[in-house]
Ligand binder design. Structure first.
Ligand code: PMP
Length: 450
């Protein structure tokens, strides 16, 4: 039929041009598109989506993470419609959904006794940092190079320094802004460490310990591909922050309600003082949250620390979160056997497909999230990548791009940026896995041959 895709992007190209005439750059979030790969979306269903030329893809991007129950998750959408018909959209006052979602989150997440809702991961992280600074009376936050905590002036520093600014400079604890227009003063309230580097962090604490309010970290660093904590590293973060009277903030925007119902802190067994959540919490509807121990959160409870927002705790957000969390609580076993099972098989299968074609690579991940780092020709053989500097030295952008294009042509989509990541959902299927691995075997051979 007319609507069946043949791998052409004619309609996407035309629509993209139209979009870009009024939407700056054609997108409302940076790095969503890749030059030359301006797909336009038609619709999604389950683990698949279609572009407007009718091309179908198995989706491992999942809307940048939230679609843990896939595209158009029926139960969640119905729950949202029902709630909007019952309540309207903005509740004005506290209501029963506040209590219900609050109870579900505090029950599921080990480190959260009290919480607040927000609208995006960016906001939740800003709130968490402010809270930590207020609680400790100190100014500096330590972040990891290559991590990402949203695009705010206060946190968008040293995220991918050598991508946004091509010169490769040595690692420095002095942060580098991720955008033009960010005032230098915000950088003075940050320090940059390397993920998994205990020695370096210990030195920062020795030197600046009295000023450090918190270490803000993705428990699994999922914004430099995927980098796992070395054994004992998260425990080390817990101990050193405690020893210096600083707080430990886990940014669980990616890992939360994904590595386990209780996030990385449940799965990896280290409980932070403050946690932030977004993405999977809403199953595709915009919601975020931050929370922590009673003691720390008292500052929010008494409004000594200001946090707000017109749309926080709106009906759509909370109805979606209630549906997501209820599913996770009641079908836990079933959901995580799919997420972990397919995650594991895809990691092994993708690594095997690439290696047997002769492509050197590292596939790193945990549960339903992972990444493939293709080795540059001159990269040393590594057992694993432990931080941003190693990723930068090891990973070939060119090979990643070629593999991405070869997979796209075979109907498999993952994020086109070489330091993002793959996600699998709870509604991916046996058939998806088989087709993905077949595509990968062919794609890897094509990359080697070209
Ligand atoms: N923290 C982490 C770890 C993230 O990955 C992201 C988004 N990718 C954010 C914060 C920001 O979340 P949002 O895009 O919802 O503002």
């Amino acid at each position: 039929s007319d609507d069946e895709g043949d791998g052409a992007f004619t309609r996407s190209q035309a629509l993209f041009e139209r979009v870009a005439r009024t939407i700056a750059g054609g997108e409302s979030s940076y790095a969503r598109l890749k030059k030359g790969l301006e797909l336009c979306f038609d619709h999604g269903e389950g683990s698949h989506f279609w572009d407007i030329d009718g091309n179908e893809y198995i989706d491992y991007s999942l809307g940048y993470g939230p679609l843990i129950f896939g595209h158009r998750p029926k139960k969640i959408i119905e729950a949202v419609f029902e709630a909007v018909n019952r309540y309207g959209t903005v509740a004005t006052f506290p209501y029963d959904l506040d209590a219900e979602v609050g109870e579900l989150i505090t029950e599921l997440v080990p480190g959260v006794d009290l919480l607040r809702f927000a609208n995006s991961g960016t906001e939740a992280t800003m709130a968490a940092a402010r809270l930590a600074r207020a609680y400790t009376g100190r100014s500096k936050i330590v972040q990891m190079e290559g991590g990402y905590h949203g695009w705010a002036d206060t946190h968008f520093w040293s995220s991918h320094p050598d991508v946004w600014r091509p010169e490769v400079s040595p690692y420095s604890p002095v942060p580098r802004p991720g955008s033009r227009g960010i005032p230098a003063c915000y950088g003075e309230a940050l320090l940059i460490a390397q993920y998994n580097d205990r020695e370096g962090l210990a030195q920062l604490f020795e030197r600046y310990g009295d000023d450090i309010a918190a270490v803000l970290v993705e428990p699994v660093q999922c914004n430099t591909g995927v980098i796992l904590p070395e054994p004992g590293y998260l425990e080390f973060l817990r101990e050193i922050t405690r020893a210096y009277g600083a707080l430990l903030i886990f940014d669980e925007v990616i890992t939360g309600f994904r590595l386990a119902p209780g996030g990385a802190q449940e799965r990896l067994g280290v409980v932070p003082d403050i946690s932030t959540f977004a993405k999977a919490l809403g199953g595709g509807f915009p919601i975020a949250a931050f929370g922590g121990s009673f003691e720390v959160m008292q500052l929010e409870a008494t409004n000594q620390v200001m946090h707000g927002g017109t749309y926080t705790a709106n009906v759509v957000a909370l109805a979606a979160a209630r549906a997501v969390l209820t599913e996770m609580k009641t079908r836990r076993q079933e959901i995580w056997s799919v997420l972990d099972g397919y995650g594991e098989r895809l990691r092994e299968g993708l690594a095997e497909a690439c290696r047997s074609a002769g492509l050197r690579c590292l596939v790193q991940g945990i549960g339903p999230v992972w990444h493939i780092f293709f080795a540059k020709p001159d990269a040393p053989d590594l057992e694993r990548i432990r931080n941003y500097r190693e990723a930068h030295a090891y990973a070939s952008i060119e090979l990643f791009d070629r593999f991405h294009r070869a997979m796209l042509a075979r109907g498999v989509y993952f994020h086109p940026y070489h330091f993002e990541r793959w996600f699998v959902s709870a509604v991916h299927t046996e058939d998806d896995v088989r087709r993905t691995l077949e595509a990968a075997a062919e794609a890897a051979q094509e990359v080697v041959a070209s």
